[in-house]
Design a binder for this molecule. Structure first.
Ligand SMILES: [Zn+2]
Length: 165
């Protein structure tokens, strides 16, 4: 399965969207029926979240086939539950203090393809199919809008160039 997923990841046009979804769910060891998020976030998922003082976790939003990193938003338990169950990404807006379903006003909808939790539960990776721009400025990615900062580039020494990834 890992081999197939790698193939999918690098050749998104080679498989149907449905096949990608099946491969993804097998990869993460989870099916739609494993958890019950119908009325509240499943307690087994909620127990794994490490929320900040405002009850939020960061959500990195990535285009599922090209792997572009599009934006970062924040979710509380209910926003995550909606994201897991409705096919649409929902955030908690820290500025407006309300749920924010991406695309409702802009048309720039994010269709959910997969959601993963990181090792210590304080961040989510949400793979989506992004319609149009992810950034409110009209840029595809918020990181294109912000742009690069000056950086001193690092290089691995010779002894790390073989046999290590
Ligand atoms: Zn932005």
């Amino acid at each position: 399965m890992a081999v197939r997923y790698a193939h999918v990841a690098h050749n998104p046009g080679a498989v149907s969207e449905a096949d990608w979804g099946v491969a993804h769910k097998k990869k993460i060891g989870m099916t739609d029926t494993t958890y019950d998020n119908s009325t509240e976030l499943d307690p087994r998922i909620a127990a794994r979240l490490k929320r900040d003082v405002k009850g939020l976790v960061a959500a990195v939003i990535q285009q599922y086939d090209t792997h572009e990193v599009l934006m970062v938003g924040y979710m509380n338990d209910e926003a995550l539950r909606r994201t897991l169950t409705t096919g649409r990404v929902t955030f908690w807006s820290r500025s407006r203090q309300e749920y924010w379903r991406k695309g409702d006003t802009s048309g720039h909808v994010q269709y959910v393809k997969g959601v993963s939790l990181d090792c210590d539960g304080d961040a989510l990776l949400v793979e989506v199919d992004q319609v149009g721009a992810a950034c409110h400025t009209g840029k595809r990615s918020c990181f294109l809008e912000g742009g690069p900062l000056p950086v001193v580039e690092g290089h691995r020494p010779a002894e790390q160039q073989n046999g290590l990834s």
